[in-house]
Structure formats: C-alpha cells, structure tokens
Design a protein around this ligand. Structure first.
Ligand SMILES: *Cc1c(COP(=O)(O)O)cnc(C)c1O
Length: 456
C-alpha cells in the first residue's frame, strides 16, 4: 500500500463538523455580478427578491462580505444524522489504474436522497419554517433535489410542491414515489396547472420539458399561492454557501493527516457541489495562502462553461426569474434528453462563472459514453454505484491519474462523489446494451440559442 498511515476512510467526529458555512464571495476582490430586475435592468433589491424567496435566504444571497455565516443549531442537528460524510482514499482505484497519483473522494450519497442536495434543502426548509410559511415550491430535473427537499419539508412540517421535468417523471417513477412518501405533491412539467406551463405547451407541443421550464412553473406557483415561496437547489449563491459544508469537512479531514491536494475536481450542473467543495480551498488561493488546480467537469451535451458565453441571461425558460450574469447556452436551450440528468442546466452559478472568467478555475466537457465507462470502472473496484452526474468527476479524476502514470508524478487528486445512481439504472441499461448515444450540440445550434439572450 502506498501509504500505510492514511486509512481508507477519513472520518471526522461530530464535534469537528463546521459551525459556520464559508462564503467565498467575501474573499473575491472582483465579486460576481448582481442579479438584475429584467424590467428595470437594475440590481434586484432585497424587497423584490423576498416576494419570491424566503427572507433569510435573500439576506444570504446578497451577502458578499461576511466570510463565515453560522449554521443554526436545528440545521446542525439534522446534519448530524448523516454527516460528517466520509472522505475515502481510493486505494483500490489507484491499484487498478497502476497510478502513482493519490486519489480521494468525498462521498455525499450516504443519505436517502442519495446526493449532496440535502445539505441545502434542510437549510432552505428551516428558514421557510422560521418565517412562518405554509410551504415551498420547486422544480426537479433528475429528481434528487425534489427528493431532498421533500425530506427536509417533512422534517419541518412544511408543504412541498414539486414540478418535475416530464422526461424524468416518466423515466423515474420510483423517484416520484420517494417524494410522495415524504408527503410532497409531484407534477410533470410543463403542466397545464400554470399559465407559463400552458404557454410553453402551446409553443412546443410534445416537449419533454427542461429545468428552465420547470423553474418558471414553480416560481409562478409560489407567487400565486399565499404563504408559499420558491426554493432552488443549485445555481444561487445561497446554495453554494450551504454546500460549503462539503469543502470545509474535506479540508478538515485532509488537514488531520497533513495532506495538501494538487487538483480538486467536481461535476458541474448549476455549480453547487463543485462550488461548495472548492470554496475553502479557493479562499486560500484568493488570499494567496496556497495554490490548487480546480477542474469543473460538464457534459458535452450541455457545455455551459466550455462553450457558453459570459452574459446576463434568464435563469428560466419562461423568463419570469431575475437575470443572472453567468456562462450560458441561452435560457431557451433545451438539451437532448440524454442521461446527464442533474447536469442539464443551461447556465452556471454566477460565483463559479466569475472565478472561471478570472482564470482561477479550469473546465472541461466529457462525452456520455466515456462517463459511463468511468462509472463502471469505479463501481467495480470501489464498490459504490455512482450517479451519472458524479461519474463526470470520476472520468476527469481517472484521466488526471492516468497522466500521472505517464509522467510518474505523485499528485494528490480530490474529487466530489456527489451521489449514488440506483435511480439511473435505465441509463446504465442503455450503456450496457450499447444503445447510449453521445449527443453534442453543433456550433450553429449553440449560436442560435445564445443569440436569443437579451441584449443589455
Ligand atoms: C444535482 C446533482 C448534481 C449537479 O448539481 P450541482 O448544483 O452542479 O452540484 C451532481 N450530482 C448529483 C448526484 C446531483 O444530484
């Protein structure tokens, strides 16, 4: 074994769990661009945002100065049921690859929702409850966010209304049933329940939906129902803040053994797990205390960082949300219904977009079949059957480890293993049957979609 001293799993004790989330914006000299009101073109005020979002979450969304934001005790108690999550040394994968690289992964699939999304869901449900709301509305793509939010809402006794992208609703009936077990109501999107849903159905009859459509419906449902607010599982800065618990635990575990990573890798959909994982390390880089390579991995079918443009765009297809400056493929972009599930969002967190634009982070896109090849190789030696989203990070980690094999460098690689893939067996089946396709949009398709982004 490469290093006898370091255990397979580095656990933290409960008392070592972070007491505060870390807000990376506090250490950014050039801050991410503010959300804009599409009507006035001016930055969204707290009062405007509070019509759609919970009050305390709006305060977090707008907070660019406080480095540490205390985690309320009620949320820490919930975290205690499934955190700290393990940081695993992938000895078996290293052995299999015959690489001198040292590979670690932070596993976030150890809870019923099966992903990191519960970290933010429980925080958002807590603040909604504290505000005295009746319930929340949201969208879900692959289903992980809807599941996490359903769990969080049932814990705090809140009503939960989920608009689920139609293609997933049909492909993943068991996801839907998990949500209903936790008391949520689940509607396939686009639906005829909302005005915006009806409009999208008229314009695109037979559409299988997209995250952008489902967001528009969930926002409309929130603002038209008394005592409800809308909550979002990724993209927003508040979500990255909550997910910083991943990076803080990772750093604490590595510090225990004096390990300093060279490369930190995560898959990127809206950017929340990656942002959360890298935040404390990025903070050190921004303050000039340490240097790391950060790699965002996205699907070739929905390549917002690698092929998108850094522009103000709508966060949703129905254009009811504020404008965010981000790397985007255009809010009208509806990715091919392939299996990048939770990574099919047209834009990217404005924090990550700004860090990428400043050259502080790298990005690459990977093809679906290469991702599943990596997923399977990982499952066979490390035991965990990964979510297809997580497997994007596995792909890049394996590729970096194989480079080390060529050069003989003993780099330390850390990646985020965001979840398990038990609800994705339909995709695994396609892969095994050789029926999986690699849909890559053409330059013309992307240019046409980006051309529709509003001109400011
Ligand atoms: C939602 C999801 C992602 C992608 O979302 P981010 O906000 O980019 O982190 C990745 N992995 C899993 C398992 C997910 O459920």
């Amino acid at each position: 074994m490469a290093n006898e001293k370091i255990p397979y799993k580095i656990y933290l004790e409960e008392k070592e769990m972070p007491q505060s989330w870390y807000n990376v914006r506090a250490d950014m000299k050039k801050k991410p661009a503010p959300l804009l009101n599409p009507g006035t073109g001016k930055p969204m005020t707290a009062a405007e945002l509070e019509q759609v979002f919970c009050k305390e979450l709006v305060a977090q969304e707008l907070n660019e100065t406080d480095r540490l934001i205390p985690i309320p005790e009620e949320i820490r108690n919930f975290y205690r049921m499934y955190r700290p999550s393990p940081l695993v040394r992938a000895y078996c994968l290293e052995e299999k690859l015959q690489t001198p690289a040292k590979i670690y992964y932070k596993f976030e699939g150890n809870n019923t929702s099966g992903s990191h999304k519960l970290n933010s869901a429980i925080a958002q449900a807590y603040y909604a409850k504290k505000q005295g709301l009746k319930g929340v509305t949201t969208e879900t793509g692959a289903g992980q966010w809807g599941t996490a939010l359903s769990m969080a809402c049932s814990y705090f006794g809140l009503d939960c209304k989920v608009y689920m992208v139609k293609v997933s609703y049909e492909q993943k009936p068991f996801r839907r049933e998990v949500m209903r077990t936790y008391g949520a109501s689940v509607t396939p999107s686009p639906s005829t329940e909302t005005e915006v849903g009806k409009r999208i159905l008229e314009q695109f009859p037979g559409t299988t939906g997209s995250l952008g459509c489902a967001i528009s419906e969930a926002v409309e449902a929130a603002v038209t129902h008394e005592g409800y607010r809308y909550v979002l599982g990724s993209v927003l800065s508040q979500v990255l803040l909550h997910q910083s618990v991943i990076g803080l635990e990772t750093k604490a575990a590595l510090d225990k053994y004096g390990i300093k990573p060279d490369i930190i890798i995560g898959c990127a959909g809206g950017g929340s797990n990656l942002g959360g994982l890298i935040s404390p390390f990025m903070g050190e880089k921004l303050r000039g205390e340490a240097d790391y390579r950060f790699i965002a991995v996205e699907p070739a079918s929905c390549p917002s960082l690698t092929r998108g443009k850094y522009l103000y765009d709508f966060c949703d297809t129905g254009k009811v949300c504020p404008l965010a400056k981000m790397y985007t493929l255009g809010s009208g972009f509806i990715p091919a219904p392939n299996h990048a599930g939770g990574l099919r969002y047209h834009g990217m967190s404005s924090i990550l977009s700004e860090l990428y634009d400043q050259g502080l982070m790298e990005a690459r896109s990977v093809k679906q079949t290469d991702v599943f090849e990596a997923a399977e190789a990982f499952a066979r030696v490390e035991g965990i059957l990964p979510a297809p989203e997580s497997a994007h990070a596995i792909r890049a980690a394996i590729d970096e480890a194989l480079k080390c094999k060529e050069t003989g460098e003993e780099k330390t690689i850390v990646f985020g293993l965001t979840g398990t893939g038990y609800f994705d067996m339909y995709a695994y089946e396609k892969f095994h049957d050789g029926k999986m396709t690699d849909y890559i949009p053409t330059d013309e398709e992307l240019a046409a979609s980006i051309a529709k982004v509003p001109q400011l």
